[in-house]
Design a protein around this ligand. Sequence first.
Ligand code: ADP
Length: 272
Amino acid sequence: IKNTNPFKKLNDEIFVYVAKKQKEIDELKRLEQFRREFLADVSHELKTPIFAAQGFIHTLIDGAIDDEHVRDKFLSKAAKSLDGLDALVKDLVALSQLETGEVKMSFERVDLAQVVHEIFEQLEKIASAKRTFLKLRVDRPGPIWVKADLQRINQVMTNLIENAIKYGNENGKVLVSLEEDKKHVLVAVKDDGPGIPPEHLSRIFERFYRVEKSRSKDRGGTGLGLAIVKHILNAHKAKITVMSKIDKGTTFRFKLERMEELKLAASKQNVQ
Ligand code: ADP
C-alpha cells in the first residue's frame, strides 16, 4: 500500500533541513571558539616582546643610559626583543593566510636537492656557530624533481632544518635525505639532538606549542614554525610524521609527488 500521508515527505524535508542548519551552527560555534583562543594566544605572545623592549627602553630613559656598558647591553636586548616581535608578526601573517586559504599554492616543478643546497648555504652561519655538520643524502646526483610551491616548500625545509640545528647538540649532525620511489620523493630531516619527550610529540604541530618555552624563545623561536610546516604540507596533500628518541635524536618525514620533465610538458600542453 502506497504511503499517502502528505505530511510524511514534508516532515522528512524539515528534519533534513534542521539537521543541516544545526551542523552549520556547530561549525560557526567551533570557528568562533577557535578565533577567541587564537586571539588570546596571539595577544599573550605579542605582549612578551613588547613588555621586554618597553622595560629596557624605560630603564635607559630613567638613567641607565649614562652607564656605557649598561646602555649597550640594554639596547641590544631591546633590539633582540623587537627582532622577535618582527619574526612573530611575519609568521602570524603567513599562518593566518594559510589557515584562511587566502593564498593559493602555485605548483611547479621544483628541484628539491637544489632547494636544500641553498638552505644549507643560508643556514651555514648558525650551523657553524654550533659546529653542526649539515649533510644531504640522495640516491643519485642531479636534480630531484617534485611538484611543489617553490617558496612554500622552501619555508618547510628551512623551518625543519633550522629546528634541527637550533634544538640539536653542539657538534651535532643534521641529515636531510631525499629518496625517490616510483611516484614520490620521501623527505627526511634527521638530527642527533636531545629528542622530544613522547608526551609532547603529538602536540608540537600546534601553534605556540613549545616543549621548553624559555629554550625555544632563547633560540629566537616563535612557536609557529611547525604549525606553518603542517599547513603547507597539507596543501601539498602531504602528511608529516615525527619520530623521536630521547638522547638519540628526532626525524621528521613526509613525501611529495615526483614530477618528471615529460609530465610537466604534458600538463603545460593541457593548460594551453
Ligand atoms: P619554535 O619557534 O619554538 O621553534 P616550532 O613550531 O618550530 O616552534 O617547534 C615547536 C617546538 O618543538 C619547539 O619549541 C621545540 O621544543 C620542539 N622541536 C621542534 N623541532 C625539534 C627538534 N628537531 N628537536 C627537538 N625539539 C624540537
